[in-house]
Design a protein around this ligand. Structure first.
Ligand code: FAD
Ligand code: NAP
Length: 541
């Protein structure tokens, strides 16, 4: 909707920093920058804070990084006063936490809710960004930050007929705020990524019939979720400082020891015993981190992938369904694996059916349901669990224009290019949080968010103290960083999968390995060195 249609009164205001997004990234950025005396305005499409946890209210939504680790580390009082109730917190609990953070640090007064940023243009003459919103507001800022989320631009399936469906359509990433009741309904779920795998067992509890439409099976490991014991929480509270320090310098931003053995350094029996331990551990790290070469050596990965396929065949009673659920097209971990509660066992229920779209693709969504090449299905409701235009979608949804009118959409048409996932050549005074080229989605995002926010806040403080008006990534530094991200990625198995890490889930999106796989500790070291060397690789003017 344009400003004229809305009839809003345009206003002009001026800030030091404008940021997009009021998830944990935008909230912490606001808090940090405010503390440094910057004026900040945050725009958020949603009506509340929390980002991911505001939008993804589907049944079963919860984090798959332990709640104690998936929490803010920047305020020790906050750490001490908040009590997580479960090993993996539910979406409602994380949303309550996000609201608590907003209340505690009085963030809402600088957040404009229900407002989408449409465009941001760098005005070279005044060396300021002009930001326009769908509310008709136009504001200016010296610095512009996209804290718009890596998994916030949702994606519908590319299937004809969606608009003609007479029943209810839901997307896991835009779940209604009111309770959805599937009792006595015939329900379809399209997709078998993390969102589907969390929601399917719970939808199956309610629905009269549940049909899961699977294009690509994913690996999933039992979460073994449970209430947190008081001593676990107390222990974490007593040692938060050490835990956080470990996480900041770790590989994935979690409390997890790194393996030192290859899968082939041990006997077959020892290897299997290690995998059973990993399966029983109730976290992804138990298996991903079982041996040091699982993500770099195909033969090593085959051993864990085959172990997991064995587990699926053990749990799922119907052999044809079990086989269809066994991922064969990608090594374990190269597509984001899932953590579930009773996912595979759900397919043993009489009213739950798997449709393998590799054998019988969907042809169309009809007014009554879904047609495949083999069958017509009638449904009361269809759930799209079809994921996101990850890492770049929310950024390029805004028409961002840098120096000389350069469009970010055009610049990234052949693949995202950044320097450190923080800055972009041609876009002065512009930053992305957990942007492509940073560890981001390969890590506990809370750790990566805080690292980026701290780096940006320190940088802005430095620029102000040294009377520097603009900072911009150098083209050469960007090229070298992109090369490094690719080189490190190419040492792993990640690029072998058609994953959203590669942009492969969005038709027409350039195939580039988007995150930096070097690990959060290594990456932090690089960012700190860049800053210590007077922002090496950036032009300050
Ligand atoms: P978000 O929380 O995505 O917030 C970005 C906000 O920007 C959104 O609210 C959006 O509305 C707003 N926005 C975007 N564009 C615009 C615009 N143009 N104008 C105005 N507002 C805009 N990570 C983990 O580390 N561990 C987990 O267990 C985990 N679980 C997840 C579960 C789900 C279901 C999903 C989808 C993601 C999960 N993630 C997890 C990743 C999660 O996205 C991050 O952990 C984190 O919440 C991201 O915070 P953020 O503030 O960067 O982005
Ligand atoms: P996703 O992993 O991208 O899964 C989307 C699913 O939809 C895939 O199975 C995909 O199949 C399928 N799909 C997409 N388009 C389709 C089409 N046209 N026809 C048929 N199937 C189609 O998305 P997600 O499940 O929302 O998860 C995204 C990420 O968010 C996760 O990887 C994770 O990082 C995060 N997340 C975390 C949790 C958690 O446990 N904490 C929960 C949810 C999400 P293909 O594989 O064939 O493309």
């Amino acid at each position: 909707m344009t400003e004229i249609q809305r009839g809003a009164t345009p206003t002009t205001s001026s800030y030091d920093v404008v940021a997009v997004g009021a998830g944990f990234a935008g909230m912490y950025l606001l808090h940090r920058l405010r503390g440094l005396g910057f004026t900040v305005r945050v725009y958020e499409t949603g009506s509340g804070v929390g980002g991911t946890w505001y939008w993804n209210r589907y049944p079963g939504a919860r984090c798959d990084v332990g709640s104690i680790e998936y929490s803010c580390s920047f305020d020790s009082d906050l750490e001490q006063e908040w009590n997580w109730s479960e090993k993996f917190a539910t979406q409602p609990e994380i949303l309550r936490y996000a609201n608590h953070v907003a209340d505690r640090f009085e963030l809402r007064r600088d957040i404009e809710f229900d407002t989408r940023v449409l465009s941001a243009t760098f005005d070279e003459q005044n060396r300021r960004w002009k930001i326009r919103t769908d509310g008709g507001e136009e504001v200016s800022a010296q610095f512009y930050v996209m804290a718009s989320g890596c998994l916030s631009s949702s994606k519908n399936p590319e299937i004809a007929g969606i608009d003609g469906f007479a029943g209810q359509i839901y997307h896991t990433a835009h779940w209604p705020h009111d309770q959805v009741d599937f009792t006595a309904q015939r329900v379809a779920v399209i997709g078998t990524g993390s969102s589907a795998i969390q929601s399917i067992p719970i939808i199956a509890e309610q629905a009269a019939q549940l049909t899961v439409f699977q294009r690509t099976p994913n690996f999933s490991v039992p979460a073994r979720n449970r209430p947190l014991e008081p001593n676990e929480l107390n222990d974490a509270k007593a040692h938060y400082g050490e835990l956080r320090e470990f996480m900041r310098h770790s590989r994935g931003g979690q409390v997890r020891e790194m393996p030192d053995k290859s899968a082939f350094d041990v006997t077959d029996e020892e290897r299997t015993a290690r995998y059973i331990e990993g399966w029983d551990a109730g976290n992804l790290g138990g298996l991903l981190g079982a041996f040091k070469d699982l993500m770099t050596d195909r033969a090593a990965n085959d051993t864990v992938s085959e172990f997991l396929r064995g587990k699926i065949r053990e749990i799922v009673q119907d052999p044809q369904t079990a086989e269809a659920l066994c991922p064969q097209d990608h090594p374990f971990g190269t597509k984001r694996p899932c953590l579930d509660t009773d996912y595979y066992a759900t397919f043993n229920r009489d009213h739950v059916r798997l449709v393998d779209l590799r054998r019988t693709p969907i042809t169309t969504i009809t007014p009554c349901g879904i047609d495949t090449t083999a069958e017509s299905f009638d449904f009361d409701a269809i759930v799209f669990a079809t994921g996101f235009d990850a890492m770049t979608g929310a950024i390029v949804n805004v028409d961002i224009r840098g120096a000389q009118g350069l469009s970010l959409r055009d610049k990234w048409a052949e693949g995202a290019r950044t320097y450190l996932g923080l800055g972009i050549a041609g876009f002065p005074n512009f930053f992305t949080i957990t942007g492509p080229g940073s560890p981001s989605v390969l890590s506990n995002m809370m750790v990566s968010i805080e690292q980026h926010v701290d780096w940006i806040a320190d940088c802005l403080d430095h620029l102000r103290r040294h009377d520097v008006a603009t900072i911009e990534a150098e083209a050469d530094a960007e090229t070298q960083w992109v090369q490094h991200v690719n080189d490190v990625g190419d040492l792993t198995l990640y690029p072998t999968a058609n994953s959203w890490y590669m942009g492969a889930n969005v038709p027409g999106k350039a195939r580039v390995f988007l995150p930096y796989v070097g690990g959060v500790g290594t990456y932090r070291g690089i960012c700190d060195e860049v800053a210590a060397a007077g922002y090496k690789g950036f032009v300050l003017s």
